[in-house]
Design a protein around this ligand. Sequence first.
Ligand SMILES: *Cc1c(COP(=O)(O)O)cnc(C)c1O
Length: 387
Amino acid sequence: MITLNIKQTDERYIAHTYQRFDVAIVKGKGSLCYDDSGKEYIDMTSGIGVNAFGYSDPVWAQAVAQQAELLQHTSNLYYTAPCAELAEILCTRTGMEKVFFSNSGAEANECAVKLARKYAADHKGAEYYNIITLNKSFHGRTLTTLAATGQDAFHEKFTPLTEGFLYAEPNDIAGLEKLVSENKVAGILIETVQGEGGVNALTPDFVRAVERVCHENDIIFMVDEVQTGNGRTGKLYSYMHFGVQPDVVSTAKGLAGGLPMGATLMGGKVADVLSYGDHGSTFGGNPVCAAAAVSVLSRMDDAFLSQVAEKGAYIRSRIEEAGFAVSGLGLMIGIKTEKPVSEVLMKCMENGVLCLSAKEKLRLLPPLNIPTEQLAKAVDVIIEALK
Ligand SMILES: *Cc1c(COP(=O)(O)O)cnc(C)c1O
């Protein structure tokens, strides 16, 4: 199935941090991709929520190619059009005031943590450095974002991690209030739907309680939209489902439709917290990535986002009809399996559908523009594999 050469060379020279499937993907078009034997797959992964418009979408590819031919990089010592335009779009569509650009979700969260700590140091004192996150959360792989990740298994071999992280239980409002009253807290960081943690949606009451507790205690309210952002849940950002307005939103994965880009959005309260020299990134705001993101966001109007919600509802109803429990929001879907999830994944792959897992659940993150017929076919295969 896989060209021995690719596999052997990869295994010989690339650090063994990823347990890869026995497949080499060589090309893709829309929601379909092909391995080196020519086998076709319907992609229900989007490269883990990245390829918002699928593989090599022509509009996206043209935006990338045009910018690559014009100016690929020039450092943050100079102004460039694509990143200014992107920042304006992001702020206009969220009501946020300023943006910091980086290259990944972890970096977007690092910036969020720095913002909360500096705000607290400026307004309350440097001892207010604690950041509260949730058990089962996932916020990245740097030492600080690992500390933010509320899962002990990720911490074990890498201590000491960055200090000052506390963990609350998802949906336990009283527990959160207690943690805040007993500690000096700078910020609270949540995912509205925990992605890597098992596609667990927070209750609307809890999300609103986080906002209230932050307001009552002058704490920075931060939402990690790295996976839930950029249309994935049927709104541009998932917090928009809950009638809340965060002080900080971090995002990455789908933002540039397949190129590395992270963004940290700052509301009025923290817009002027960072000043010259406080933060930086060589590649942050790269013109090619920014042009890709402008193209992606420009296509996500209300009609597009409601189609995302409809496709999510379609998957949910078909899977539930087949007798399996579904979690998540929009096109971010978790399915409780009866068989081990690895078995279901392999069966789907055999039958030409790529899926993901999250903890013990099957996880689906299809391209947001997946055609209805391909989606229906993929769901048929998934249901067959679940049985
Ligand atoms: C993937 C993910 C991250 C980490 O993003 P990287 O780009 O891999 O650094 C952080 N937070 C959430 C919610 C994620 O899903």
